[in-house]
Ligand binder design. Structure first.
Ligand SMILES: Cc1cc2nc3c(=O)[nH]c(=O)nc-3n(C[C@H](O)[C@H](O)[C@H](O)COP(=O)(O)OP(=O)(O)OC[C@H]3O[C@@H](n4cnc5c(N)ncnc54)[C@H](O)[C@@H]3O)c2cc1C
Length: 413
């Protein structure tokens, strides 16, 4: 017996909202999405999907198409400014069939959107500000009310209005550092196969991730995502000394990465990002359930946020399908995600200052110990589990629902 044909509202059409819309519509529920943007679309440059997120795409029947436009990533390489290795981790050391996939956000958005077509309604240009007193309807900025609904899925991102209204006690802190990032051409494919980061203590971090092309584009449209870490107060006025001076700075720091910026003329070609650290004791209140960054925004240092959003959506639909009441479904959803989310919130909070902060001492410790830890038998396995997104609790491991081992989804190496 499962919860049947609910009338469900989803607030936000980012990765969490998109995946929830597909799963819940496929389970037979009536789904209506509310998105504040007049033209729903992706925000930002590129993203690394982990084996966890890829297993969700496989479950949705979208992995083959993701592989045709994304760029396989087999290895995470971090070097310091002297060229010394700080970390070098390969997915295959955890599981021979595993890999990551760099994707343009636009490609992931289109893929998920294509799976929702004709299955529900998307109401764009509606910004939700809160719920009605009984928690069953939504209120928007124009004063209109929508509903009632049997369930409201709050997938309105890290700065969630629904969380601020319904869960004011949740932890919600802004990290002191952020980043600027953009997509660049890499015609010679010098950055294929790996996420490469370069660090100077924790004050500078630059990274390059291959992210492939958009659906329908040809090979020549292959892109990499370039990112540059900045302290929050610097980010607001970046580039204070001028764009050309900043490019010269990048060239002195990492010439190969600076080559990628050759055709960039202005800082307006870059997206800026701040990160939040959001923790909720329980990801639902009444009939409002929180998914993705609205529930557990974290720093992108571990590259898990979008993967978590996909896993949340999968878990919510499965929990509702396995219970007789909505309340039972939400409790089951909470139990399932509690096995996985808190350890990443914890690690992300403690790891981020090792890569983005003014703490030179901790950065030196990182440089001294990350490499040896990454080679030590037990620690190496735990670090790989963190990277792949499958770490659960102290020593557990998430078993993704769909295997990546089948021949059809093997990564081209
Ligand atoms: C620089 C950077 C790099 C990252 N790299 C990675 C990575 O490599 N791998 C990874 O897995 N994750 C990464 N992340 C994290 C990832 O981007 C997020 O975790 C993910 O996008 C969260 O998806 P979401 O749907 O929860 O939120 P969002 O993508 O923020 O979507 C929220 C949606 O809700 C809409 N909305 C907001 N408020 C309202 C409202 N009041 N009413 C209606 N609609 C509303 C927004 O317009 C938006 O469409 C990165 C993040 C950053 C900042």
């Amino acid at each position: 017996m499962s919860v049947q044909e609910l009338n469900i509202a989803i607030v936000g059409y980012g990765t969490a909202g998109q995946a929830a819309a597909i799963y819940l519509a496929r389970s037979g529920h009536r789904v209506r999405v509310f998105e504040r943007s007049p033209a729903p679309g992706p925000a930002g440059a590129g993203i690394l999907l982990q084996p966890t997120g890829l297993s969700v795409l496989a479950d949705l029947g979208l992995l083959d198409r993701a592989l045709t436009c994304g760029a396989p990533v087999h290895r995470l390489v971090g070097t310091n400014a002297n060229g010394r290795s700080v970390m070098d981790m390969r997915y295959r050391d955890l599981d021979a069939d595993w890999f990551g996939l760099g994707m343009q956000r636009g490609a992931l958005f289109e893929l998920l959107k294509s799976a929702f077509v004709h299955r529900g309604e998307i109401s764009a240009d509606i910004e939700i500000v809160g719920t009605s007193t009984d928690g069953r309807s939504l209120r928007d900025t124009r004063g209109d009310e929508h509903g009632p609904f049997d369930l409201i899925v709050a997938a309105d991102g890290a700065a969630s209005a629904l969380r601020k209204e319904g869960m004011p006690q949740a932890r919600d802190r802004l990290y002191p550092w952020g980043a600027v990032w953009c997509l660049c051409a890499d015609p010679e494919r010098r950055f294929d196969g790996q996420l490469h980061q370069r660090y100077e203590l924790a004050r500078r971090m630059c990274g390059v991730l291959p992210v492939g092309r958009l659906p329908g584009e040809d090979e020549a449209a292959h892109r990499v995502s370039f990112f540059w870490s900045l302290r929050g107060d610097v980010l607001a006025n970046w580039p204070a000394a001028g764009f050309d001076a900043w490019k010269a700075d990048v060239r002195a720091y990492w010439p190969e990465a600076a080559d990628l910026l050759a055709d960039k003329r202005s800082h307006v070609e870059f997206a800026r990002a701040n990160y939040r650290d959001v923790v909720m004791r329980r990801p639902y209140r009444g009939r409002v359930v929180f998914l993705g960054d609205a529930a557990h925004a974290m720093s992108p240092q571990l590259g898990q946020g979008a993967n978590m959003a996909l896993l949340d959506a999968q878990a919510l639909a499965a929990a509702l399908a396995g219970e007789k009441t909505v309340e039972g479904g939400l409790a089951a959803y909470t139990r399932e995600r509690r096995r996985h989310v808190p350890i990443y919130q914890f690690i992300s909070r403690w790891l981020t200052p090792l890569f983005q902060s003014d703490h030179d001492f901790v950065a030196r410790l990182r440089d001294a110990f990350f490499g040896p830890f990454g080679r030590a038998p037990i620690l190496r396995g735990e670090m790989l589990k963190v990277l792949a997104g499958v770490k659960c609790g102290a020593f557990g491991r998430l078993r993704p629902a769909a295997a990546l081992a089948e021949e059809s989804v093997r990564s081209p190496s």
